[in-house]
Design a protein around this ligand. Structure first.
Ligand SMILES: [Zn+2]
Length: 382
């Protein structure tokens, strides 16, 4: 028993040190000890192990604060790889990603009117193709899928588009590929992607990322961790009713936010088959297109006000297809948000556009393993 506890402590220390090195560009052993509250001896021991495993390297000298200049440590980006998947509306995209979120290989496949089994086989096929590229070692797989997901169990509870109900996707993939797998809702994965790799967010601790595409969802990060709520559905703002007796939503309710503010809703109302057409009508000043897009922005702003009132998170990133309507759309979202929220709270809230487009979901799905699954990912008997 005593030995197990000792092992656990070692594993915990290793996770903590690795996570801290990952979070910074480069860091000295002394700084690691200060941040992790571990002793310098413990830090040195753990670092020696990580150097031997090739996960960490020494990258030069830092600034001396009296005495010798400290040696800086950094993650070795290409020492391990992850696979990230974005199961988007019309196509599935998979990529091999290194530990710094650089995409090494990418594979896409368009989704036909598939049933659940063909959709699953398409996931296998993409992973198989990526593994054939022989970029090694791949140590984990992260999947961002539409729908309601139980991440702890790796279970896709319900994804209407893909015809998946209670699909144990995580288990299936772990069994087939024998590496750790995480399954996340696509908007939650997108949120992690923007948070970790979108530039300048990691120091914020709290962030909301709202994904406005054919559907609408959001991901919420609290203290640098994804907040999923009790049932995994935290951030599912798309299926909250905002208009009584409104249009029929694909979830069966009337007047959900998605029926007004999503790209799908805009296409339906403008009776066009592509966002390019919708955008050119909007850009040329077509009155109907302006009205539909501005109404979409207005209702989205009200939903953001609700998020602000509930969470008071001061930075909101918006991403997805609807951002193509540019400043006019974003300004309308912002104005409506300011109108609907308590002024003191909304004045301090910044809206920004996402930086990673479709890559955010891929990168976030893989980075979830880095944020929450170090011990899982780099499991090692010590
Ligand atoms: Zn709905």
């Amino acid at each position: 028993m005593k030995k197990a506890t000792h092992q656990q402590t070692k594993q915990h220390n290793r996770d903590l040190v690795l996570r801290t090195i990952f979070a910074s560009e480069s860091i000295s052993r002394a700084e690691l000890a200060r941040v992790t509250h571990l002793t310098r001896t413990t830090v040195s021991d753990v670092v020696s192990g990580l150097l031997a495993e090739g996960l960490v390297k020494e990258v030069g000298l830092g600034v001396s604060i009296g005495g010798k200049s400290p040696i800086l440590l950094s993650i070795v980006p290409d020492s391990r790889y992850l696979i990230g998947l974005n199961l988007a509306q019309d196509k599935f995209i998979g990529a091999v990603v290194n530990l710094r979120g650089e995409i090494k290989e990418i594979v896409e496949a368009s989704v036909q009117d598939d049933n659940g089994q063909t959709a699953l086989e398409l996931v296998y096929r993409i992973i198989d193709q990526l593994l054939k590229k022989k970029i090694k070692p791949v140590v984990g797989i992260g999947v961002g899928t539409p729908g309601l997901v139980n991440t702890r169990e790796g279970l896709v509870v319900n994804a209407v588009n893909l015809d998946w109900q209670d699909l144990p996707l995580g288990q299936l993939l772990e069994k087939k590929y024998r590496i750790p797998v995480s399954v996340l809702n696509d908007s939650q994965a997108t949120a992690i992607g923007e948070f970790v790799y979108g530039g300048g967010h990691v120091s914020d601790e709290n962030l909301i990322v709202v994904n406005v595409k054919h559907g609408i969802g959001s991901g919420i990060l609290v203290n640098g961790r994804l907040f999923q709520g009790d049932g995994g559905g935290a951030g599912e703002i798309g299926h909250v009713v905002v208009q009584e007796n409104g249009a029929l939503c694909r979830c069966g309710k009337l007047g959900c936010l998605e029926t007004i503010s999503s790209a799908r809703a805009v296409l339906q109302q403008l009776k066009v088959d592509s966002l390019d057409k919708a955008q050119s009508a909007f850009d040329s000043g077509n009155a109907n297109a302006r009205q539909v897009v501005m109404k979409a922005a207005h209702y989205l702003g009200i939903s953001l006000a609700n998020l602000i009132g509930t969470l008071n998170i001061q930075k909101i990133v918006i991403t997805g297809d609807m951002t193509r309507f540019g400043d006019a759309w974003l300004d309308a979202v912002s104005a409506s948000m300011q109108n609907a929220a308590l002024s003191r709270l909304s004045e301090e809230t910044r809206l920004e556009l996402g930086k990673l487009d479709y890559r955010a979901c891929i990168l976030g799905a893989s980075a979830y393993l880095l944020l929450d699954g170090y011990s899982l990912l780099f499991k090692k008997e010590i």
